[in-house]
Design a protein around this ligand. Structure first.
Ligand SMILES: N[C@@H](CCC(=O)N[C@@H](CS)C(=O)NCC(=O)O)C(=O)O
Length: 233
């Protein structure tokens, strides 16, 4: 059995999809980061970085419990544990890992910062930052469309953890202004991903999760965004 700590964000959606794809049994444990639940001493023991997602695999290596944080590492761990969605051929495996890394180091930060400056940063005053992340996000959408014109999936011929990691970030493409009708390769992939039973299961489960994102206190928002009395100088 796997304990899965998360809420509703794209980094968490990846793990829902992977657990569903692998047919693994899991207990979902909501950590309401908008109410600072990730700052408890108990949660810090699971992830010193105090972020979701985290999994605890009670049947880890050697039959002992093992805790994994960082969504990319969790996907790799589950792929290795089950032998699914990561190639065993070294070239193919590293093609998949390269595109996983593009998501973890590129798509996640750029799309996440776009959302921050779009929805949460004070306005006016942040036009430069907003424009920078919007432009980088739209450049990455173009990159994904180009790649998916060269290969069926991001990592190559096979559906892999690179696709599972990237898909949740593209779900808000309308809000992002990404114009899918001008990106036929990305649209073909998006529609195929969206139709997968594991993705549908993730979307259904997400709908049942209670988050205080819309009602978060100013103090909790300041803590979340490292600003106000939580700002480091
Ligand atoms: N690189 C991390 C990012 C995780 C992350 O940013 N999690 C957010 C939600 S998506 C979080 O826990 N934020 C709470 C906070 O920073 O206080 C991963 O991929 O797992």
């Amino acid at each position: 059995m796997i304990d899965f700590y998360g809420l509703t964000s794209p980094n968490v959606q990846k793990i829902f999809i992977m657990l569903e794809e692998c047919g693994l049994q899991y207990n979902f444990k909501a950590v309401d980061v908008w109410a600072a639940a990730n700052h408890s001493a108990e949660f810090e023991k699971l992830n010193p970085n105090k972020k979701i997602p985290v999994i605890v695999d009670h049947d880890g290596p050697g039959g002992k419990p093992y805790t994994v944080f960082e969504s990319g590492a969790i996907l790799m761990y589950l792929a290795e544990k089950t032998g699914k969605f990561m190639s065993k051929d070294m070239r193919k495996k590293y093609d998949e890992i390269q595109w996983l890394m593009v998501q973890v180091t590129g798509v996640g930060p750029a799309f996440g910062n776009f959302t921050h400056f779009n929805l949460f940063a004070p306005k006016p005053g942040n036009e430069y930052s907003f424009g920078r992340y919007k432009s980088e996000m739209l450049r990455l959408y173009e990159l994904l469309n180009t790649r998916l014109g060269q290969a069926k999936y991001l990592g190559g011929d096979d559906y892999s953890i690179a696709d599972i990691a990237t898909f949740p970030w593209t779900r808000a493409h309308e809000q992002h202004g990404a114009k899918m009708n001008e990106k036929p390769n990305l649209k073909r992939w998006f529609d195929e991903m969206n139709a997968r039973p594991a993705v549908k299961a993730m979307i259904a489960k997400q709908g049942d999760i209670k988050s205080s994102r819309e009602t978060a206190t100013d103090d909790n928002k300041d803590r979340f965004f490292n600003r106000g009395k939580y700002a480091r100088a």
